[in-house]
Design a protein around this ligand. Structure first.
Ligand SMILES: C[S@@+](CC[C@H](N)C(=O)[O-])C[C@H]1O[C@@H](n2cnc3c(N)ncnc32)[C@H](O)[C@@H]1O
Length: 324
C-alpha cells in the first residue's frame, strides 16, 4: 500500500479546492461548453472535405465541427505510432492463435488499414471488428483514394467490406459493424478484444462516447482473463480520471507530433509501460478540472471528495512502484 500512508496529506491538499468550486462557475461553464458540450448535429451531418496538413499530407475534416481526422502528423503516421506500435501488434500476432481487435470509429479506415498492412505476415488469425455509426467518411475517402494515398492499394477489399460487411486480407478477417458502438459492443456474439483502437470524435462534439457511464460499461465488457490495451489520442486529465474511475489502469502513451504524450488504458496494470503514479495523483488534487465526465451536464470542476476517495483506493495507486 504505497499511497495509503499519504492519503491524509492528499486529502488535505484537496479540501481547500472545494471552496474554489463555488467560485467562477460561469467562467468554467463557458470553458466547459467549449470543450465538453453534449453531442450535437455533427453525427447527423456527415459532410467532409479534404485538408492538407502542415506536413503536406492529406486528411479528412468533418465540416460541421471542423474536426480533422489525425490532425497532427497525418493518418498513417498517427495510426502507426498510436495504435500499431503501442499495441505491439506485430509481436503479439507473431504466434498462432486468435487475436481480436476492436477498431472504434472506423472513419476513413486509416487505423484499420495500417494494422492490416502491419499484420500481412502475421501467424495469428486476427479478427478486426470496425465500428461506426456511418460509412460516409470511408465512402468519401474512397472517392479521394489517390489524394489520401494509404487507401489506394486497398480500394477493392474496402469496397467489399462496405458491400458485404466482411473481407479477408491474409490472416486478417475484417468485419464492419454499422451502428452505435455503445450498443454494438454489448452483442454477446462479439468476441472480447485484446486491442482497442479508440478513435471516435473528441468529447467536444461526441460526449456520449467519453462518459464515465460508457467507459464503465466498456470495462465490464472486457474479458477479465484476457489482457486488453486501449490506445487513444487524448492527454486530457478529465479523461484519465474518467478511465480510472471506470475501472481501467491508465498510463502515459506515445507522443504524436506536437503532442508530448497521449493516453493508454488496460484491464491489467502489467500491460502498461508508464502507468500514472503518485505525482500525477497529487496534481489531480490541485487541478481545477479533474472531475470525471458524466452523462449529466456538469461544468469542468475540481474532483469531488467521493471521486477523490475512489481514485485513492484504485489498485493502480496501491500496487505499483512510484512514479511518473
Ligand atoms: C475521427 S473519425 C475516426 C478516424 C478513423 N479511425 C480513421 O482511421 O480514419 C471518428 C469516427 O467515429 C465515429 N463515431 C462517433 N461516434 C460513434 C459511435 N457512438 N459509435 C460508432 N462510431 C462512432 C464517427 O462516425 C467517425 O467516423
Amino acid at each position: 500500500m504505497l499511497i495509503s500512508n499519504n492519503n491524509e496529506q492528499l486529502f488535505a491538499i484537496v479540501r481547500p479546492l472545494r471552496e474554489v468550486r463555488s467560485l467562477g462557475d460561469s467562467r468554467r461553464r463557458s470553458a466547459y461548453s467549449a470543450t465538453f458540450a453534449p453531442g450535437r448535429a455533427i453525427l447527423s451531418d456527415h459532410a467532409f472535405e479534404l485538408v492538407t496538413l502542415k506536413s503536406g499530407i492529406k486528411s479528412l475534416r468533418l465540416i460541421a465541427n471542423q474536426e480533422t481526422f489525425h490532425p497532427g502528423i497525418g493518418p498513417i503516421a498517427e495510426a502507426q505510432i498510436l495504435h500499431v506500435q503501442q499495441q505491439r501488434l506485430v509481436e503479439r500476432c507473431a504466434k498462432p492463435g486468435r487475436f481480436v481487435i476492436w477498431d472504434v470509429g472506423l472513419g476513413a479506415a486509416a487505423n484499420a488499414l495500417c494494422a492490416i498492412q502491419a499484420l500481412q505476415h502475421c501467424q495469428a488469425d486476427v479478427d478486426m471488428h470496425s465500428f461506426d455509426l456511418t460509412t460516409a467518411p470511408l465512402e468519401f475517402a474512397l472517392r479521394h483514394a489517390a489524394e489520401l494515398g494509404y487507401l489506394e492499394a486497398y480500394q477493392e477489399p474496402t469496397r467489399h467490406l462496405l458491400t458485404t460487411g466482411q473481407v479477408s486480407l491474409g490472416r486478417v478477417r475484417w468485419y464492419l459493424h454499422r451502428g452505435d458502438f455503445r450498443q454494438e459492443m454489448l452483442r454477446p456474439d462479439l468476441p472480447s478484444p485484446e486491442a482497442i483502437f479508440y478513435d471516435p470524435y473528441s468529447a467536444a462534439g461526441n460526449r456520449e462516447m467519453w462518459t464515465l457511464e460508457h467507459f464503465s460499461e466498456l470495462r465490464r465488457r472486457l474479458d477479465d482473463d484476457t489482457s486488453c490495451l486501449v490506445t487513444n489520442y487524448t492527454r486530457s486529465t478529465v479523461m484519465r480520471v474518467t478511465w480510472l474511475l471506470a475501472g481501467f489502469y491508465v498510463g502515459i502513451g506515445a507522443a504524436i507530433g506536437e503532442k508530448a504524450e497521449t493516453t493508454v488504458a488496460s484491464n491489467r496494470l502489467s500491460t502498461l509501460d508508464r502507468p500514472l503514479g503518485r505525482s500525477w495523483l497529487q496534481r489531480i488534487a490541485l487541478s481545477h478540472s479533474a472531475s470525471p465526465l458524466r452523462d449529466a451536464l456538469q461544468p469542468l470542476a475540481p474532483i469531488a471528495p467521493e471521486d477523490w476517495t475512489r481514485l485513492l483506493c484504485h489498485p493502480q495507486f496501491n500496487q505499483q512502484e512510484p512514479d511518473q
